[in-house]
Design a protein around this ligand. Structure first.
Ligand SMILES: [Zn+2]
Length: 537
């Protein structure tokens, strides 16, 4: 059965392009006003419960007899039996964030049983249920449409096609125009080129634009390439940065899905020969190239173009000593170190770095700066994404050193500085970074802020009421928090989107005049505390 009642409305489907990953499941839109019941899709047992202020928020994993696991994310609450199980552990360990692995017989569930209620917890940008099906042994998320039936009446649609001379060149993007009288423009191509496609699929007429399931290329009506978005392991999901043209996505907000395989690409989605989806033309005759896309239910759209090789093909750009992207790259100087692991970049590249010490002044928290960037083989400045995080170390030689473990790295993104973690060792501040950029030695010595939210015209509290605190931190962000009443740990929740720490008073909450205390650390262990007395009836 489906995890929600009523007509499913998919706002996201499997393998959609997301930042640094492919979407691993289906997003079902839920009622923004009410918490909708969530149903177990089959018999099984609760094998994992994870409560996190980020990620999937309150998530539930049910293992089924057929070797599959169903996952339900961003829940508002669990059903009573699961809630009791989680709360007992949360109180015992004195933590809101928790991960539990119940034994097979502890929390059995039946198909169609309510296991929780829909919500918006974790990194969810609106009320929805994130639903996955994983293989139990490999933990690979599978396309859930293999197991759930969804109404799908609409065919996918191709909007643009892109021609690439190579993986590292900017594409030529063509709109898909309506054919008139069967006439089509001939496209001049080089002797080797690849194809990308901008496309989407709706399930129903007014549904969201989601991703396709499969793409196929045919030359003179002969299929020579296809890829299917069916089972992408989590540890390979970041290859989305090469599957989808990162530079074009960043600069033009267009998601081109490439139909060829670049140098560093381990995605297990392709069916092709050793030409890896690239088309090599040995003659200057006219050929027919067809791009076909499919949704899961085999509805399709296709676009054909007559192609012809250009008379003269451009010379290859001359590259000055590029780094092999399949090998690691290390650069060490007295001021900085850069360590790019093997297979971190998708094509060969060169890495440039500029270090500046700047002028010292008491008011400027950022002094030492390392700017490092990649240059693609074409020599042009492209947005180059990472497959793996890189380690950078910047020497802190100035007055910064005295701040010790409060030192960290900040990324200068122009209008603001992003906290990037980091720690001091031997005079260097080191951290891992997700992309090329401008990084500075920085510090966080400022404690978070806590503000008790006083309910309007209310003197006392009772069961069911919320005790609310608005919390914020300027730089590194909220780390640990602990709320106590009369020095006894209470199961308060933290929601990062609203910056709220809140406790819902239950029947077992202390009564009378009580001391409520919230202790809050940021990620650089700067601590804030707030204490107040309340009357609970
Ligand atoms: Zn989702």
């Amino acid at each position: 059965v489906l995890p929600l009642q009523g007509k499913p409305n998919l706002t996201g489907n499997y393998a959609e392009i997301r930042p640094n990953h492919f979407h691993a499941g289906l997003d079902f839109k839920t009622d923004p006003e009410k918490n909708m019941p969530i149903y177990a899709v089959a018999d099984g047992y609760v094998s994992r419960i994870k409560v996190s202020t980020h990620g999937y928020g309150k998530a539930l994993y049910i293992t089924h007899a057929n070797g599959l696991v169903s996952v339900y994310g961003h829940q508002y609450a669990y059903n009573n039996a699961i809630k009791k199980y989680v709360e007992t552990e949360q109180l015992k360990q004195e933590t809101f964030e928790i991960e539990l692995f119940p034994k097979p017989k502890e929390l059995l569930v039946k198909q169609g049983e309510i296991v929780g209620y829909s919500g918006n917890t974790g990194d969810s940008e609106g009320p929805h249920l994130h639903f996955e099906i994983r293989d139990e042994k490999s933990e690979v998320p599978l396309n859930p449409l293999r197991f759930l039936k969804i109404t799908d009446t609409m065919a996918p649609k191709i909007n643009l096609i892109a021609f690439y001379e190579d993986d590292y060149t900017a594409p030529e993007i063509h709109p898909v125009l309506l054919k008139h009288n069967g006439y089509q423009d001939t496209v001049s191509v080089s002797n080797k080129f690849g194809i990308g496609v901008v496309c989407g699929d709706q399930e129903t007429k007014y549904g969201s634009w989601n991703n396709i399931y499969k793409a196929e290329l045919l030359l003179d009506d002969k299929s020579f390439y296809s890829h299917t978005l069916d089972s992408i392991p989590f540890d390979l999901a970041r290859y989305v940065n090469t599957y989808c043209d990162y530079d074009v996505k960043k600069k033009q907000k267009i998601k081109i899905q490439k139909c060829f395989v670049g140098k560093n690409n381990d995605l297990p989605i392709y069916r092709t020969d050793d030409k890896k989806g690239f088309i090599y033309l040995n003659d200057t005759l006219y050929h027919k190239l067809t791009i076909k896309v499919y949704d899961f239910y085999n509805h399709s759209d296709e676009v054909s173009r007559i192609i012809k090789r250009k008379a003269a093909t451009k010379e290859k750009p001359i590259v000055v000593q590029p780094n092999d992207c399949l090998k690691p790259f290390v650069k060490e100087t007295d001021q900085y170190r850069i360590n790019i692991p093997e297979k971190s970049i998708y094509t060969d590249y060169s890495c440039k770095a500029i270090f500046s010490r700047g002028t010292i002044s008491e008011n400027v928290p950022f002094i030492e700066t390392l700017v490092f960037f990649g240059i693609g083989p074409s020599g042009k400045n492209y947005e180059i994404p990472f497959q793996k995080n890189c380690t950078i170390s910047i020497q802190a030689k100035t007055k910064m050193l005295k701040y010790g473990d409060k030192l960290c790295i900040a990324e200068d993104i122009g209008n603001k500085y992003n906290y990037c973690g980091g720690s001091l060792q031997d005079g260097f501040v080191s951290t891992t970074v997700k992309n090329f950029g401008a990084y500075k030695v920085s510090l966080d010595t400022v404690a978070p802020q806590i503000k008790f939210v006083k309910p309007k015209k209310k003197k006392d509290f009772k069961e069911g009421d919320l005790i609310l605190f608005k919390v914020s931190d300027e730089f590194s962000g909220i780390g640990k928090f602990k709320l106590t009443i009369n020095d006894v740990f209470q199961l308060a929740e933290y929601e990062h989107k609203t910056g709220m720490v809140f406790l819902k008073l239950g029947e077992n909450s202390p009564k009378g005049k009580v001391k409520v205390k919230l202790v809050l650390d940021d990620k650089k262990n700067n601590r804030a505390a707030s204490e107040l007395y309340l009357l609970i009836k």
